[in-house]
Design a protein around this ligand. Structure first.
Ligand code: NAD
Length: 445
């Protein structure tokens, strides 16, 4: 069995006698955005280096090979489950299916979940699963050419079902409570529930399922919209009516986000997804765009004016909201961004280099650990209501999202002005301090 080396891991050295797995064990994790910012936060808090290392390091990394029987053929997928911290509660984090999943990126995303649950003061820890599913390769493997969303659904459901079967005990015992992420949604979460038979073992379950939460599906987008409204009002001192917004990504997060902002009177002038984009100076008709995306699987082809990814990032808008994938705002394009503020709806859409450039240019950034925490806040509600069978009104969930994001944004804004640090650094410092305190109380350190 061979292990494909993750990014930042040295290639196998044939002369060393080490397998790729051993090479992986010996390599050091990269100095990613959260590693650097957690270290800085720990130093500001006066923590010892070894303690900071403990806060940064995942508690467990499981690299697995998942054999799945799909449409009569056995396909093997690589996956990685990173259990970063359970100091403040069970490991919590989504399942991502993507072609470029790697160990260190998954570790970074798991660490981000620990920071997110701590920054919003939720009784969960942080974890993440990534499974390398390359849809283009699947089309080639099965000899298909035309895009077929039913075919893609078969693949994602099968992969998640096999994954749920392999790790059922972990979910049933509430050691790790998964949720949706890139390319997974309520349908896939239903398969995990089917496997465990326990409604509290997974969040993001579909409507009507025992323990589902009205409002959960829209929760991340709703929280991002709330964060955008906060930045318009409190940072840009701009009325939402007629404000200009650009959104990258039109999936679980992007669609409700665009809908709420547009309902509040904002003009969503540009939207892109993996297949293309669309622009309207007067603001896109979001309900029609949602309908178009449901019919065609993309925002491309909607309206009169197509929009490229690069053009979207450079639009003259009040708020730019990356809601697709990570690292889209980087050293190469941060200088060209014309938005007054960035709301990080995706996880880590801004690289460290880009963060410094945006800060220098006076562009406010609402960090992912606050901006996109709506989903995990709703997951907290879903988890706690899972066994009660009482139906919760979506407004209760949205109220909880507003209060958790709002209160912790206040704390981060105050800390940011008190210490003269960015909002991102301040939010991370709040989170690090909360995790550290519980680790001490539980004698983890
Ligand atoms: P999704 O798969 O439902 O949608 C992703 C969207 O991004 C799609 O419109 C897709 O076409 C587009 N996209 C993919 N690659 C792209 C690219 N290279 N350029 C432009 N667009 C691209 O995913 P989602 O659940 O909406 O998640 C989006 C982001 O939000 C991810 O970074 C995810 O980690 C983060 N996030 C999601 C949740 C959640 O509850 N779903 C919670 C917190 C954070």
């Amino acid at each position: 069995m061979t292990v494909r080396a993750p990014r930042n891991c040295p290639e196998e050295d044939p002369g060393s006698g080490l397998s790729r797995m051993e090479t992986l064990l010996q390599c050091t994790g990269p100095a990613t955005r959260s590693v650097v910012l957690m270290r800085r936060a720990g130093e500001r808090l006066g923590l010892e280096r070894t303690v900071i290392d403990e806060l940064i390091s995942p508690q467990e990394i499981v690299v697995f090979r998942l054999p799945c029987k799909i449409l009569g053929r056995v396909i093997l997928f690589w996956g990685v489950m990173v259990l970063h911290s359970n100091a403040r509660g069970p490991y919590k984090g989504g399942i991502r299916l993507a072609a470029d999943v790697d160990v260190w990126e998954t570790a970074e995303l798991a660490r981000l979940m620990t920071l997110k649950t701590a920054a919003t003061d939720i009784g969960f820890g942080g974890g993440k699963t990534g499974i390398r599913v390359d849809m283009a390769e699947m089309y080639r493997t099965f000899g298909r050419t035309a895009r077929d969303r039913d075919f893609e659904k078969i693949i994602t459901l099968d992969v998640v079902e096999y994954f749920a079967s392999a790790y059922r005990d972990m979910f049933s015992k509430h050691i790790y409570i998964p949720a949706p992420d890139l390319s997974t949604g309520p349908d896939e979460m239903a398969f995990i529930y089917n496997e465990t038979g326990d409604p509290a073992s997974v969040t993001g379950k579909p409507e009507g399922t025992h323990g589902w939460l009205p409002g959960r599906r829209e929760s991340t987008g709703y929280g991002c919209a709330f964060a955008a409204l906060q930045v318009l009002e409190r940072v840009l001192h701009r009325d939402v009516q007629g404000s200009r917004i650009a959104i990258q990504g039109f999936g679980n997060v992007g669609q409700p986000l665009a809908t709420y902002l547009s309902d509040c009177g904002a003009r969503i002038v540009g939207v892109t997804d993996a297949f293309g984009g669309t622009y309207s100076e007067d603001g896109l008709d979001i309900p029609s765009l949602v309908g178009h995306a449901a019919r065609t699987g993309t925002v491309a082809g909607f309206g009169e004016t197509p929009l490229t990814q690069e053009a979207l990032l450079q639009l003259d808008v009040d708020v730019l909201i990356p809601a697709a994938v990570g690292h889209v705002i980087h050293k190469g394009n941060a200088g060209k961004i014309r938005a007054r503020a960035v709301v990080e709806a995706a996880n880590m859409p801004t690289t460290m280099d880009a963060m410094a450039i945006l800060e220098q240019r006076g562009i406010a950034v609402i960090p992912d650990i606050l901006a996109n925490a709506g989903g995990v806040i709703a997951s907290m509600e879903e988890y706690s209501h899972s066994l009660s069978a009482r139906k919760v009104a979506p407004e209760e969930v949205f109220q909880m999202i507003r209060s958790r994001i709002g209160e912790n944004l206040d704390l981060a804004m105050n800390l940011s002005s008190e210490l003269g640090i960015t909002l991102t650094e301040a939010a991370i410092q709040l989170a690090v301090e909360r995790v550290y305190q519980v680790m001490v109380r539980r004698r983890y350190i």
